[in-house]
Design a protein around this ligand. Sequence first.
Ligand code: NAD
Length: 474
Amino acid sequence: MTKTLHNYVDGKWVPGESTFEARNPADDQIIAAVPDSNASEVDAAVTAARAAFAEWRYVNPTVRARHLHAIGDRVKARERELAEAITAEMGKTIGEATGEVDKLATAFHFYAEEATRVHGEVIPNDTDGFTSLVVREPVGVVGAITPWNYPLELIGWKLCAAVAAGCTIVVKPSPYASLSPAVLFSCIDEAGLPPGVANLVSGDDPAGPALAGHPGLDKLAFTGSTATGAKIAQRVPAARPLTMELGGSCPMIVTDRADIEAAAAGAARRGFRNAGQICIAINRIYVQASVCDEFVARLTEQVAALTVGDGMDTGIDVGAMATRAGLEVVDRHVRDAVERGATVATGGHRVDELAPGNFYQPTVLAGCTPEMLVMHEESFGPVVGIMPFGELTDAVELANGTEAGLAVYVYTLDLHETHELGRLLDFGNVAVNNVDAGIMNAPYGGRKGSGFGVEHGRAGLEGYLQYKHLRIRY
Ligand code: NAD
């Protein structure tokens, strides 16, 4: 029987006034009826968050920390259920979904600890008889709008940091991933977070625009595509803090000083995990000409061995793509590259025998050139394009030459090249000889068209705090 999901507002489960059907992208079966929230349902959630903020902002940080630890424990206890919800709604393998839930639990515990470490400063004054205290206070009521590719982590980074800081929050998840957020809010409910501190309203349009433009918010935290980020930036009332984590189209540079086997393994992992649907997925690869053929051969061998299928089954490396529209973008990028002269080293087509699921064969395109879509637009699917370069400066120019500024990957065993590339690459994250650009306690964010503001780490908490200067004459 299809589940009917509810919104979670002011500590209560509230049925949606209308609903839409959510489908499993692996078999196109209906999995849930989801609230298609309207502006007044969004408004009720913001009102609840506003009322809760009046008290939550003054709750002792150690108490806030205890709540966050309790939620983290509930998340870990319900790991399998949360992971199955992710796989059913957006297709990633159950192993990757389980990893995501584990990281979500870590985020709750990390920000529980950070909650107790928010402190201020005593500032020397220009006049005797005065003292200046600089304290940090929560920003207020936060709206969070999130995508489907990491449906729980991308809610978690915002929710954990906001709640730790003393803010309250209204979360609007992606219409392609509403199930796992509902289970997460059930964990929040079980853990006894006070009503109104964290609220969930599902839907797409009108819920997203209604939340983004709501005058009752003090901050908006958005993760999603660059195009949607641009629309939202125009909608938010003036002078409100924004965090924008946007699209990637991430490059990789492999020099002739690299361990080519390691570089190919890195590209296979970061190009194809989550079917390539990661903002920091490797999309375009620049390889020094003398080692390019060797790199293509090794990567092709690894990618051709990936198994494609329903993410719920065992032994699957690449699950269904979350949306049909996403699959069509990948297909368009592949056809465009081939028409312009690229070679398909492996893949290059949909997996028809798994239809109506959204499956695309992991694809490596060799002999690419910069004007091909795959080399300058975000493919957000299981495809990478490879082109050779001559001098290191050419690789830097190519890598920096798009609007993307989220993450870049470098493979070289040369210390000079490492520092030179680290200095010249204009990205928020630079990973050298590894492909895990983000860790829980370091700031993570993009530049240029990839957005602004950071999540993760202590810096991720700062975005939910504001300064107050208290100048006292004594
Ligand atoms: P999307 O932009 O289509 O949707 C994201 C969210 O915005 C959804 O909840 C959607 O309902 C909402 N939305 C859409 N239009 C809106 C509007 N006009 N006003 C308010 N809300 C609106 O993105 P997606 O397809 O869900 O996710 C994929 C994109 O997210 C990719 O571009 C990817 O790179 C990016 N992403 C970035 C990061 C990062 O950290 N930088 C992380 C994950 C995903």
